[in-house]
Design a protein around this ligand. Structure first.
Ligand code: 5GP
Ligand code: ZN
Length: 112
């Protein structure tokens, strides 16, 4: 938990979210500014600023987050597929510095 991290506050429950999924290690919730009919994020509960800060000790956690994606996407009404986006660092367009995987779908295929 870092005091100034908005996603740590969502994990702690001090900022509300529209929850999609939760377990001991992972939380998924809808993006507040969706870019498609379905747009949610999968985040680790522990504060990891970005993919660039993840280490070998996070391999299992990262794997579990990715393996959740198709299951949650299907539950959210995306049986035909979805996009996964992980913005990393300022150069990657990251705005919230707590690792998150965007799951986006429902608007048809689109280029990267
Ligand atoms: P990034 O650009 O860092 O990959 O994406 C950050 C995402 O977090 C944005 O899509 C933004 O809409 C979303 N976001 C920012 N603040 C909040 C919030 O307080 N609640 C929720 N649910 N999403 C947020
Ligand atoms: Zn955080």
């Amino acid at each position: 938990m870092t005091d100034d991290c908005i996603f740590c506050k969502i994990v702690a429950g001090t900022i509300p979210c529209r929850k999609v999924y939760e377990d001991d290690e992972v939380l998924a919730f809808h993006d507040i500014h969706p870019v498609a009919p379905v747009h949610f994020m999968i985040i680790p509960k522990k504060h990891l600023a970005s993919l660039a800060e993840a280490g070998p000790e996070d391999a299992g956690l990262l794997g579990r987050m990715l393996l959740l994606a198709p299951r949650l996407a299907k539950e959210q009404g995306l049986p035909d597929g979805f996009r996964t986006v992980i913005n990393t660092g300022r150069g990657g367009g990251q705005e919230v510095f707590h690792l998150h995987v965007h799951i986006i779908g429902g608007a048809g295929p689109r280029p990267l």
